[in-house]
Design a protein around this ligand. Structure first.
Ligand code: BES
Ligand code: MN
Ligand code: MN
Length: 462
């Protein structure tokens, strides 16, 4: 059957199977869900077995398991390594979901008139991983595969891919391929196809300011004892100047600045500032002076507080001068900033900022390098051709603000520039309540991936 008819004949089942996958709450950060994460790995491995893959393995790691599957079609054929993740972000805050996060429902929205699947992981990344599984099914029913295919689907992406680095190094030979194909990013819109050619890196840490050895009466002691929350606020506020630039010495030293020509090229991507503000309920954007919104969210580094706590936050008023205050802080990085170096610069600066009335600790969490991939590879060309087939338009190369730390590792360890062909939309609310994924995005994704395999095969040896 030709791919379009096959997709039409099977789309209900493709949606029903994804529904089952999304019902497994594979929240990697929460140890209470460890068994669910394993269940999602088993479910996916079973699916590969059902489809008749040559080899299916679940590799345990010190954390969550890696699912690996492969189908060999010929030594002379090129190999596609598909990477994705089956773990998801925690669904909290639960009360902001219109329907339970692990009970998928399909509803129409203004941006998804044909319906979107509302569930945690629908877009990031189970829905996008499953497009590759269904494209594999479609290719298999056509006869011999046009390319060899390998699948590497991990369960720790949302917690920093801690064990994947070791895995990739250990199994470098098994993972050998002509391209790494990843669907874990966004399209500019459903009728403006794009391929992601850059991702930001990340340095994430937690800080704690400690003052008195216990919470104090704010009347008895207030005025004479420095308040850790006030101190923390002042320290954090000083981390950015009035121009919105990060005030940590050395922070920008390695930042690769784009030429005016490169910036002009980026500015060709459509951006509607008013619609952008409207979609997230703000009156106007804010950020580093001299840069546009698309630039601020892609080619420039950032510093943001992700959460902050301390003192009394319960009902009513409690007059207390807290003993401690903490915050989680992330910095999005761009080439060639190094997460370890940025973490060191932050730590040195932050400790210097501390007044002698308190003590300060900085604890690093995970990090990752930014990545920029080439558009001059056969794999990128195959992706552009595949998108042109299914969207009727040539895709625009874009740089995105999110991070997939393993991309830089693939570049380093496998010597490959991954192709980031994602089908989500920025408005799909990944990591937020009411995450969703367009039914059309899902189906078009399957169709485009199928085309990719054919184009990649055709370009090989061409
Ligand atoms: N799929 C996202 C990254 C992403 C989203 C890239 C949208 C481009 C567009 C990924 O699952 C993710 O959330 N990554 C984390 C980093 C990780 C180290 C926790 C992120 O970007 O916060
Ligand atoms: Mn993801
Ligand atoms: Mn994510």
């Amino acid at each position: 059957m030709d791919p379009v008819s096959y997709l039409e004949a099977n789309q209900e089942r493709f949606l029903a199977e994804l529904d089952a996958f999304l019902r497994i709450p594979s929240v990697s950060s929460d140890s209470r869900h460890a068994a669910d994460v394993k269940r999602a790995a088993d479910w996916l491995a079973d699916e590969f077995r059902r489809l008749g893959a040559d080899r299916v393995e679940i590799y345990p790691t010190p954390g969550h398991p890696v699912v690996y599957a492969e189908q060999h079609a010929g030594d002379h054929l090129p190999t596609i390594l598909v990477y994705g993740h089956y773990d998801v972000q925690p669904p909290d805050p639960l009360d902001l979901w219109d329907s339970p996060p692990f009970e998928p429902v399909i509803k129409a929205t203004p941006l998804h008139p044909q319906g979107a699947i509302f569930a945690r992981g629908s877009c990031d990344d189970k829905g996008q991983v499953y497009m590759h599984v269904k494209a594999f099914e479609m290719l298999k029913q056509q006869g011999p595969l046009p390319c060899n295919v390998k699948f590497l689907v991990e369960g720790e992406e949302e917690v920093g891919s801690t064990n994947l680095e070791g895995f990739v190094k250990q199994y470098r030979d098994m993972l050998r391929a002509g391209v790494v194909l990843i669907s874990d990013t966004s399209l500019l819109s459903i009728d403006t196809p794009s391929i992601t050619v850059g991702l930001r890196g990340l340095a994430y840490l937690e800080v704690t300011v400690t003052g008195p050895s216990r919470d104090l009466h704010s009347g008895v002691y207030g005025g004479a004892v420095d308040n850790p929350i006030n101190v923390l606020c002042q320290m954090i506020a000083s981390l950015k100047d009035a121009q919105g630039r990060v005030a940590i010495p050395g922070f920008y030293d390695r930042v690769v600045n784009l030429s005016e020509a490169e910036r002009a090229e980026l500015a060709r991507r459509p951006h509607d500032e008013a619609a952008y503000c409207e979609s997230i309920g703000i009156r106007q954007t804010g950020g580093e002076a001299g840069y546009s919104t698309p630039e601020r969210t892609s080619i420039r580094p950032t510093l943001d507080v992700n959460g902050m706590w301390g003192g009394y936050t319960g009902e009513g008023a409690k007059t207390v001068l807290p003993s401690k205050a903490s915050a989680k802080i992330s910095m999005r990085l761009v080439p060639d900033q190094h997460p370890d170096e940025i973490t060191r610069l932050f730590t040195e600066h932050f400790l210097r900022l501390a007044p002698p009335t308190v003590s300060v600790t900085v604890t690093p969490h995970h990090g990752g390098n930014a990545a920029v991939v080439s558009t001059e590879t056969p794999a990128y060309r195959a992706a552009a051709l595949a998108m042109e087939d299914t969207f009727g338009k040539r895709p625009i190369p874009t740089r995105e603000g999110g991070s997939i730390p393993i991309v830089a590792l693939f570049q380093r360890e496998l010597g490959l520039d991954p192709v980031l062909m994602g089908f989500g939309l920025d408005s799909d609310a990944i990591h937020s309540p009411n995450e969703h994924y367009g039914v059309l995005n899902y189906l078009k994704g399957i169709e485009t991936i199928e085309r990719f395999h054919h184009h990649f095969a055709a370009l090989h040896g061409a």
